[in-house]
Design a protein around this ligand. Structure first.
Ligand code: GUN
Length: 293
């Protein structure tokens, strides 16, 4: 049976380090300030945003939640971002994705001051990441996954890592971090996606398999190489036919995978808390760089 990779405990350890950084900054400067923008009422986004704001409180980061109606116009969101960009007490700005359909997410991301782009979504920060700069924001979820691999002393260098999914939030930056010429990275990376005819052909060769496609239990046991490390980024709510609350499942069929993998992240309690730990760290770094500017 696989080792269960405990994202909750690992995130708690990282958050404890971040808290020390926050306390030091608060003494020398002021508390880091994070603005979280939520447009609309997507139930999953509401839960994520609540967890982010709560963790800020636990770490001493000052957070502001800006909730906009689902009918809010793009111009209204842009006006809010413009205000937050020039707010001296705000170090980081996060607009929860996805926004409602009538809003162009690209324009929203482009409007955020790159110095405040704690998601690492904007052109400048993604470009720096791709070039391999060590300074600057790290994308929260992929950074969190690299930290999990490091904490569990999972060898990455020389391994074949297969990423399922090519999103800007996870798939692309994940592949970028895994292939970096750096300690704890240096993997050979394959990215498979909805246009890949035979995904299993690749996943069965993966030493490290990262599932980020947003399809409940897409990865079955038969798609995993025995002894592989499986990282499940998915958070999918399965409805209860009896009308109950339903349950959360990942992009991996956990019951099958845990019999085949050597280590696996659970859902919930795997990657999710690490994303928040990455965000808290970025908010803290944003304040530090703000102080040093
Ligand atoms: N939606 C899902 N994950 C994320 C994230 O890491 N950042 C933002 N802004 N939106 C998300």
């Amino acid at each position: 049976m696989a080792v269960i990779i405990d994202g909750k405990a690992t995130a708690a350890a990282i958050n404890a380090e971040t808290k020390v950084m926050v306390e030091s900054l608060t003494r020398r400067f002021r508390a880091p300030g994070l603005a979280v923008v939520l447009v609309g009422d997507d139930p999953a986004s509401q839960v994520y945003v609540r967890n982010k704001v709560r963790t800020c409180g636990e770490l001493g980061i000052r957070s502001e939640l800006h909730r906009l109606d689902r009918e809010a116009t793009e111009a209204e969101v842009l006006a809010l971002i413009s205000r937050l960009n020039s707010d001296e007490l705000i170090d980081g700005i996060l607009v929860q994705s996805p926004p409602p359909k009538h809003i162009d997410e690209g324009r929203i991301i482009a409007a955020i001051d790159p110095e405040k782009d704690v998601d690492c979504f904007c052109e400048r920060n993604v470009g720096r990441l791709l070039i391999g700069e060590r300074e600057g924001f790290m994308p929260c979820t992929p950074w969190g996954i690299m930290e999990l691999l490091r904490h569990y002393e999972i060898e990455v260098s020389g391994k074949h890592a297969v990423v399922i999914g090519r999103s800007n939030i996870v798939g692309k930056p994940m592949a970028t971090l895994l292939m970096r010429k750096a300690a704890g990275a240096n993997a050979t990376v394959t990215v498979v996606h909805s246009g890949t005819p035979d995904i299993t052909r690749f996943t069965r060769d993966a030493d490290i398999l990262i599932a980020a496609i947003g399809k409940p239990e897409f990865v079955r046991g038969s798609m995993i190489k025995p002894g592989a490390v499986v990282i499940d980024v998915g958070i999918n709510r399965i409805e209860d036919p009896a009308g109950g609350k339903g349950r959360l499942v990942g992009d991996v069929c956990f019951a099958e995978a845990e019999r085949i993998a050597s280590a696996i992240t659970p859902v919930p309690g795997g990657v999710g808390p690490m994303t928040i730990a990455g965000l808290m760290r970025n908010a803290c770094l944003a304040a530090l760089w703000h102080l040093e500017r």
